[in-house]
Design a protein around this ligand. Structure first.
Ligand code: SF4
Length: 324
C-alpha cells in the first residue's frame, strides 16, 4: 500500500506492483472523521490549518501507512510541511510535482523520475494504462447518463471520486461502477424535472451535502474535481497527454474554462463553489465569479460533519432563486 493525498499518475504505482490508497477517501469515509482531525491537533498540527490536511495525517496513522506520495507542486500549499512532519515520523515520502510550466517535456521528465523512484518505468506504466482506462470509461458512461438526470448527485460524485485510487483494487472499482451504471439505467425519471447544478472546488467536507440538495429537487450534473480525478479526457491517450489535460494541478483559468464549458453543455442553472477553511484555493473565489456566467453559491466549511443551519438556509435561498 502506498498512500496518495491527491490524484497522481496511478498507472506508475500499479506498474511498480504497488497499490494506491487515497487517504482523502479514507478520512472522509471514517465515521469518526472529526476525531481524526482532533487527534492530529493533539499531535501539534495547528487548529488554523485545513481539516483535510489534518484528516489525511490522522488517516495515515490510523491505517499505519508507512509510505506515501507527496505532491509538492500542483496540489496543496500544506503538502511540503506535512511531508516533512511525516518524514520525521519515519514515513517514506516519494515526491511528485506537476510542473507549473504545464509543458510536455517537463511532465515527461517528472513522470520518468517518479517511475524510477518506485523501481519501474514510464513504458511499464503506459502498458498498464489501457486496463485502467477501461474502468475510467465506465465512469465516463455514468457521467454521460447524469446529463439525462438519471444519476443521483451523491452516486455520481462517489463513482468519479473512487477512480483516484480504484479502491486499491481495479476489479472492485469495475464492479462498483457496473453496479452504479445498472442502477442509473433502471432509475425512473424524476416526476418533476430537477434543478441542474454544477459543483467546483475541492470535495466538500460535509457528510450530508448531497442529501440536502436532493431534498430541494436539485441534481448535480457535473462535479468538477472528481470528474477531473477520473481523467475522462485522457482515455485512450498516452501518459503525458493525459496528465497534461488534467486541469486540477495547474492554473485556475483552465479549471474555470473547463467548468464553464461543461456547465454550458449540460445546461446547469447555477454553480456551487465549495471552499475549505484555511485553504489557499479560497483566494480563487473572485476569479470563479468573474469567469463563470451562471449564478454562483460559495460554500465554506471547516470540520467534517453535517451541513449547519446557516449553510442550509443559504442553500435553500440559492435554489429558490433558481427555481422556475
Ligand atoms: S482543501 Fe486546500 S488546504 Fe486543504 S488539503 Fe485540499 S488543497 Fe490543501
Amino acid at each position: 500500500m502506498i498512500g496518495v493525498i491527491t490524484t497522481v499518475p496511478t498507472e506508475i504505482i500499479f506498474a511498480a506492483s504497488r497499490r494506491p490508497v487515497d487517504l482523502n477517501n479514507v478520512f472522509v469515509a471514517d465515521p469518526e472523521a472529526d476525531r481524526l482531525v482532533t487527534w492530529a491537533e493533539a499531535r501539534g498540527l495547528p487548529v488554523s490549518t485545513c481539516a483535510w490536511a489534518k484528516g489525511i495525517y490522522g488517516a495515515i496513522h490510523r491505517l499505519n501507512i508507512r509510505e506515501i506520495v507527496g505532491v509538492i507542486s500542483g496540489d496543496c500549499s500544506h503538502n511540503m510541511a506535512l511531508c516533512e512532519i511525516l518524514r520525521s515520523e519515519g514515513v517514506i515520502v516519494r515526491h511528485f510535482a506537476f510542473p507549473p510550466s504545464r509543458r510536455a517535456d517537463d511532465l515527461e521528465r517528472e513522470l520518468e523520475r517518479f517511475a524510477d523512484s518506485l523501481g519501474t518505468t514510464l513504458a511499464a506504466a503506459e502498458a498498464v494504462k489501457p486496463a485502467l482506462d477501461e474502468i475510467r470509461a465506465l465512469a465516463g458512461e455514468l457521467y454521460r447518463l447524469a446529463d439525462g438526470g438519471m444519476v443521483a448527485s451523491g452516486d455520481l460524485f462517489t463513482a468519479l471520486l473512487n477512480t483516484s485510487d480504484f479502491f486499491s483494487d481495479p476489479d472492485k472499482c469495475r464492479r462498483e461502477l457496473l453496479a452504479a451504471l445498472k442502477k442509473a439505467r433502471e432509475a425512473r425519471a424524476p416526476v418533476q424535472p430537477p434543478i441542474r447544478l454544477s459543483c467546483a472546488g475541492v470535495p466538500a467536507i460535509f457528510s450530508d451535502i448531497w442529501e440536502v440538495f436532493d431534498r430541494l429537487n436539485v441534481r448535480f450534473v457535473d462535479h468538477e474535481v472528481p470528474r477531473q480525478f477520473a481523467l475522462l479526457d485522457g482515455i485512450g491517450l498516452g501518459m503525458v497527454e493525459t496528465y497534461l489535460k488534467y486541469t486540477y494541478p495547474y492554473d485556475v483559468f483552465s479549471r474555470i474554462e473547463d467548468v464553464g464549458r461543461e456547465a454550458d453543455r449540460r445546461a446547469a442553472a447555477g454553480l456551487v463553489h465549495y471552499v475549505q477553511s484555511f485553504c489557499h484555493r479560497m483566494m480563487h473565489d473572485r476569479l470563479w465569479r468573474e469567469g463563470i456566467a451562471i449564478p454562483i453559491l460559495t460554500l465554506e466549511a471547516d470540520r467534517p460533519g453535517r451541513v449547519d443551519e446557516r449553510t442550509r438556509t443559504r442553500i435553500e435561498a440559492f435554489v429558490e432563486r433558481l427555481s422556475p
